[in-house]
Design a binder for this molecule. Sequence first.
Ligand SMILES: [Fe+2]
Ligand SMILES: [Fe+2]
Length: 256
Amino acid sequence: MNEHVHSPTLSERADELEEKMMNDLAERIATKSVLFGMADGKVEIQNSFDFKKNNPDKFFLMGADPRLPAMPKKPTLIDFFKNRFASLNHLLQSAALAKKNGHNEKVILACLLHDIAVTSFIRCDHGYWGAQMIEPYVDEEVSWAIRNHQALRFFADESVGYEYPQQYINNFGADYKPEPYIYRDYELAKKHKWYMTSRLICVNDIYSFDPNAKVNLDDFVDIVGRNFKQPEEGLGFDNSPSAHMWRTLMWPTRFL
Ligand SMILES: [Fe+2]
Ligand SMILES: [Fe+2]
């Protein structure tokens, strides 16, 4: 038997079924990008020609995915909070703590947005991704702080009582060492004039996992309004360097 020809495995059958269901359910065919499959250990691209051959009357999705919460025509950052962020608790608790600790609005906003990449987009390098998403719309200090909390999280600063998180020991093992680029970025950040802004994200982050804390997005709408330059066309429809990232979040299963 040719070793390259094999009968479908269970997971392939499940994929086929999922495909079929998707086709039956939706008018249009939603596309899974290669990145989505990598989480299952596959580097594969869906064959659009086969799809079309099996579904000659169907078209690929090129707009909103009906399975996801609907977004308004001109979305604001708050609309993304409500419809695209999988969890708000951690962000709100962190911002609430910064507010309680008497920090300025830049720090509070940085805390509110520090993990938006994790809650909506991707975990890996989330500080860098999150900073890039908001960079065109916030004070440079805020995005700088968010970018660098990625590295600072891994290093203690006794001057503000920040210790290496026990949670990281639990999550990554006691012998985990960050990659060299994290050490490099930490060394650079340490000498920067905004070091403490970024450090304060870590300080207000670590104590922010209280499941009973009462937090509300409404408490921060004014701070967002004053400090996040919401584009008139809607977030994603302006021509900023990160507008496409917001569009992708809005339409993650578009064919192109
Ligand atoms: Fe983070
Ligand atoms: Fe965090």
